[in-house]
Design a protein around this ligand. Structure first.
Ligand code: SAM
Length: 226
């Protein structure tokens, strides 16, 4: 049996993303070198763990995003120690582990997934990689309503949505703290712009496009209807 050299492949991918100017900070580089993506891909896809493409998550119709897209979002989120982060779209749990690595040791990551089978898959992957609860909390539900759902409180320094929305869900804007930031792909199901939404000290919102992207749809009450 051929034993795959995951560590070598991980190093080569991270180096390539640095050369392309996608990984720019030592903290994102360190996190992507540390977290074994092979523990988060669907069984049978381990060999492709460090190919820079999205991979299917079994027969759920969902994907683990391509590493370059993950790195772009992590860099744009400007994470630092002790921030509270909400992720919508847990998928495999890979991005949640990276998020925790960037806010540890005093930060917190809550991640919401609407497909129960994937939430369970992610919980197993996160535990195997050493990021089980309480470091990363995986919740099953409709993330368009925030977490706790519909709670009208400013709870999170950063919100990252890893599925495509018709517009930024109101509940998520409410749960974003002052001086907080949300990244969210906004557009049609086939093509979106990655938007950065910032809430200032007076709770005024500003939006900026960071470029084109393609994500699976955000399905829920304040997203696309399933
Ligand atoms: N971040 C993931 C990772 O690291 O593997 C990849 C996310 S995948 C591109 C998008 C995920 O969003 C899917 O797992 C999908 O089921 C989930 N999703 C779609 N609508 C959702 C909703 N309303 N609430 C929570 N999760 C949702």
């Amino acid at each position: 049996m051929v034993r795959l050299n995951f560590e070598g492949a991980r190093r080569r991918l991270v180096e390539a993303l640095k050369v392309e100017g996608i990984i720019r900070s030592p903290s994102v580089e360190h996190a992507m070198l540390k977290i074994p993506r092979e523990l988060f891909v669907w069984p049978g896809y381990e060999e492709d763990s460090y190919v820079d493409i999205p991979l299917p998550l079994g027969s759920t119709g969902q994907t683990i995003s391509a590493p370059h897209m993950v790195a772009i979002m992590l860099e744009e989120l400007m994470l630092r120690h002790c921030l509270h982060v909400l992720e919508i779209g847990t998928g495999s749990g890979y991005n949640a582990a990276l998020l925790f690595e960037l806010v540890r040791p005093c930060g917190k990551v809550v991640t919401v997934e609407r497909v129960p089978e994937l939430a369970e898959f992610a919980r197993r992957n996160l535990a195997a990689a050493g990021y089980g609860e309480p470091q990363v909390e995986v919740v099953v539900g409709d993330g368009t309503l925030g977490y706790p759902p519909r709670l009208e409180e400013e709870l999170y320094d950063r919100i990252i949505v890893t599925a495509a929305a018709p517009k930024p869900p109101r509940s998520l804007l409410v749960q974003l703290k002052r001086n907080g930031m949300m990244l969210i792909p906004v557009g049609s199901p086939g093509y979106q712009e990655l938007m950065r939404v910032v809430k200032d000290e007076e709770a005024r919102m500003s939006e900026e496009s960071l470029g084109g992207c393609i994500f699976v749809p955000l399905i829920g009450e304040e997203g696309y209807r399933g």
